[in-house]
Design a protein. Structure first.
Length: 310
């Protein structure tokens, strides 16, 4: 599975016949024109989706990214989603490809305890759209930011999937990791608006390796490897046990053109395509010992990482 933040023709061409499931993004800058003109939406779908389907296994169209944070663009979000949906129907692709939009955790007015999760905005229209079209709710979940900003009140083990005992009890539900708390808070918020069955996809989660005292190679490696193990276990969350949590790690490469040191260092690979730390995409390891240095780990696992990524 891979998420493209915009419809890169080169990337889509490279993904042909790969079997990899793809999320294709609509840029925030494109929302207003797509919302204002159905013909623009039709052309976008024809140029970026129809011409590549089915040789590219496109699963979702993510309309915008964290649009909730932009008070101007949010006015165009639902209209753009509706026009993209109509364009998919015109192309007879509505049963193959689903339309959604990713939300940050900050859209939650309350996330703790998870059963009290509520949205701070009126999400009824968006949730109705997702339900009516059999789509999913897309969310970004970052225990890293909660841990970083907790001033010591949140433990590393709880944030990094290392706790072996219950940390939070919420009614009859028990939590030993912060990731599940956020996921279930989103689910609770949807339930309170009458939507208990919309699937959830975590379209971003990750941990940086620089830019803050807790942004270390060891922490990033531990979090992402344990996240993979958690997702592949099919344990689900306490509210939805036994359900696969479709999850996307942010991000494949460090991004040296982003502003701020922290934002530049979420990558599994650096800008020269060298692994930043070893990854276990098959979730075969049960323990991730401390690294002696980032450089030594690269030498040990570089072939393994490239093979599993491919």
């Amino acid at each position: 599975k891979v998420r493209l933040y915009f419809a890169s023709q080169d990337a889509l061409q490279a993904l042909k016949n790969s079997g990899i499931e793809v999320i294709v993004g609509v840029r925030n800058a494109e929302l207003q024109t797509i919302a204002d003109d159905q013909d623009v939406a039709n052309i976008w779908v024809n140029d970026n989706i129809k011409q590549f389907h089915p040789s590219v296994n496109i699963k979702y169209i993510a309309v915008g990214n964290e649009v909730f944070l932009n008070r101007t663009l949010i006015l165009y979000l639902l209209l753009a989603m509706e026009n993209i949906q109509r364009a998919l129907r015109k192309a007879d692709l509505q049963n193959n490809i689903k339309v959604s939009t990713p939300y940050p955790t900050s859209v939650l007015n309350n996330s703790f305890p998870p059963s009290e999760g509520t949205f701070g905005e009126d999400m009824s229209a968006i949730l109705n759209f997702l339900s009516d079209n059999g789509s999913t709710f897309m969310a970004h979940v970052y225990p890293y930011f909660s841990y970083k900003n907790s001033a010591g009140s949140t433990s590393a083990d709880y944030s990094l999937f290392r706790s072996t005992s219950t940390v939070v009890t919420d009614g009859n539900l028990m939590y030993n990791n912060l990731f599940d708390v956020f996921v279930d808070a989103f689910i609770s918020a949807m339930e309170k608006l009458g939507h208990s069955n919309i699937p959830i996809v975590i379209t971003e989660s990750g941990w940086p390796t620089a830019g803050n005292a807790v942004a270390t190679v060891d922490n990033a490696r531990t979090y992402n490897n344990n996240l993979i193990k958690h997702v592949l276990s099919n344990a689900g969350t306490p509210k939805r046990p036994g359900t696969t949590i479709e999850t996307y790690i942010f991000t494949l490469f460090n991004e040296n053109q982003k502003t701020g040191s922290e934002a530049r260092h979420f990558g599994l690979f650096d800008t020269t395509k060298i692994p930043v730390y070893p990854m276990d995409f098959l979730a075969e390891s049960s323990v991730y010992p401390p690294l002696s240095s980032p450089e030594s780990s690269r030498d040990l696992k570089v072939v393994y990482i490239y093979l599993t990524v491919i």
